[in-house]
Design a protein around this ligand. Structure first.
Ligand SMILES: N[C@@H](CCC(=O)N[C@@H](CS)C(=O)NCC(=O)O)C(=O)O
Length: 223
């Protein structure tokens, strides 16, 4: 049976959702973030050297990296579902968004999280004005403009088709859900980008998405 090593409030929620969409049985092993640092517990390093989530085990193999996991599961268990046919423009877009989610969309969202913490977190009083000035400058000069440009681009893509790869829902939409949920939590995604907000509404209404939330437990993305 597939084992999903699942960290609360994390990217591994996508893996549970995909498995629910595919109707494949799996076991969830839960891990809790440290409440102060928000890091994963050290037990996850016993599963994979990087100690991050998601990680899955299937047939004696251990696989990390959410994009690789989602591609693997969709190909291995999808029977042609959730992956557009090879050689089509949909398949190329599928591949593109599968990589875009972690390669382009996530990095500025992570930087936003880190610089927000530098700005508001505890530190010696004499360091605070300098740390705040650096954080604000990085956010205004680099982080937020990149988040905004990415969101504008995604919004314009969804003006051309219902889902990221094409007319049909695919595993690329599962992979893209996390950066969009993170962007809504902390990147400024709001009603001014109605197609992206509509995408979130549509995925949240899917029965498999709801079942996965029940299986995974707490899912409130970090702000
Ligand atoms: N690019 C990796 C990122 C993995 C990652 O950073 N996971 C986060 C959860 S959202 C994590 O485990 N954070 C806890 C930590 O770094 O200790 C993927 O997509 O799987």
């Amino acid at each position: 049976m597939i084992v999903v090593h699942h960290l609360n409030n994390s990217r591994s929620q996508r893996v549970l959702w995909l498995l629910e969409e595919l109707g494949v049985p799996y076991e969830v092993r839960r891990y809790q973030r440290d409440r102060k640092t928000m890091l994963a517990p050290p037990e996850l390093r016993a599963v994979h050297p990087l100690g991050k989530s998601p990680v899955i085990e299937d047939g004696g193999q251990v696989l990390a990296e959410s994009g690789a996991i989602i591609e693997y599961l969709a190909e291995r268990y999808g029977d042609g579902r959730l992956v557009p046919p090879a050689g089509t423009p949909e398949r190329l877009r599928y591949r593109y968004w599968m990589h875009f989610a972690e390669g382009t969309a996530q990095p500025p969202l992570l930087l936003k999280l880190l610089f927000d913490r530098v700005e508001t977190g505890p530190m010696p009083f004499f360091a605070r004005p300098i740390a705040r000035a650096i954080a604000r400058r990085a956010k205004a000069g680099y982080v937020q403009p990149n988040i905004d440009r990415n969101l504008d681009f995604m919004e314009s893509e969804l003006a051309q088709r219902d889902w990221f790869a094409g007319a049909g829902f695919s595993a690329a939409d599962v992979q893209m859900s996390f950066p969009l949920e993170a962007a809504r939590a902390r990147g400024g995604l709001s009603a001014s980008r109605p197609r992206l907000m509509g995408f979130l509404e549509r995925i949240h209404a899917r029965p498999a998405y709801r079942r996965a939330i029940e299986k995974g437990g707490e899912y409130a993305l970090l702000r």
